[in-house]
Design a binder for this molecule. Sequence first.
Ligand code: ATP
Ligand code: MG
Length: 380
Amino acid sequence: MTMTSIRDSLPATADELFPTQTATHAAATYDRDRRAREHAIVASHLRRVYRKGGRLLPYRAASETVAVADVSFAVPRGTIFGLLGPNGAGKTTTIKMLSTLLVPSGGTATIAGWDVTRDERQVRRQLGVVLGGDRGFYAKLSAWDNLVLFGNLYGMTAPSIRRRTAEMLALVGLDDRRTERVEGYSRGMKQRLHLARALLHDPPILVLDEPSIGLDPAAAVDLRRVVAALVPAHTVLLTTHDMAEADLLCDDIAIVDGGRIVAQGTPARLKERVGVTRRVVVATAQSLLRAGTDRDAGDLRRCLASVIGVREVTADAGPDGGTAWTLDCDETAAALDGALSLLRARNIAVRGVRVLEPTLEDAFLAITGRGFESCTISDI
Ligand SMILES: Nc1ncnc2c1ncn2[C@@H]1O[C@H](COP(=O)(O)OP(=O)(O)OP(=O)(O)O)[C@@H](O)[C@H]1O
Ligand SMILES: [Mg+2]
């Protein structure tokens, strides 16, 4: 998926996208219209505070949770945008505000140019939303009847409801279970049905909160294929805790923590920010470390170290009596290419190769600084 041409033509800086109060009214209106044309989703300084107790429940002390403190991002049309972040970061709350299910406590957002608080009805028409979970269906009805019901709610015609219901159930692999009551569905099957419902009226924009949660590996692969095929005709905003999924699908990612965006960029850009060493490990068949061949090993180590981009070489005993050469490098592709050419020229057989690059998971942990070990008790 390469959406670089679309992205490159768009304003890039936060100042351009989210003008502050200093902009004149006319300029602000122009900017808003332009953003709405070019971007399917625009969130501008969104904020949401949950209040508990107080006036409604006077026996409980009033308390406030700032779920979303200040979140701004824009999703270009025809792209996939990922919201990642630890549990409780504010992803679902953001998605609910964009889907008109929660009223923002501050800030604004538009969907295809429609304001989420002023133009609720039009916003809903543009959206297919997957929030997942057990709710959202009539448990006593079959999957087919549920989708027909939603088709009617969406104002679709009877023939298109029948056609789309059959197509969507086939797409999510529930065709053979369509007559069964939803109450008998497994969690993964319900999740697939949520996706079928969201896609039923073919909305231009899809908002998917952890769409692959509960899916078996094969179903998760199918889901990723479905989501990837939605662009560029559709725009997708998704959250996921699956870093490989985000890396594979998303053109752009915002990492949210504590209700704020702490990093944003393409998966490649985010990975570049991680200071993990890039490594290539090449296993050769002969042991060059055995007595009598030390000179050869030293010679080969020096040659490998002179390959372009390689910074350091270490040799260890490899599998089946061979040698494992570890090359710390700036760029793994060039280092691998150079090392393999060198070994081939010396007639040294290669048994295996491993390339170690920083992953999106490394980037996530480095940026948020959180694994389980850094959680406080109150987090858990
Ligand atoms: N209905 C609610 N009432 C009070 N607080 C809430 C409510 N819903 C969410 N919160 C709080 O708001 C914060 C953000 O929650 P949210 O569900 O948006 O996080 P999330 O990023 O989706 O997390 P996860 O990855 O676990 O799904 C959390 O501290 C959560 O406890
Ligand atoms: Mg959530």
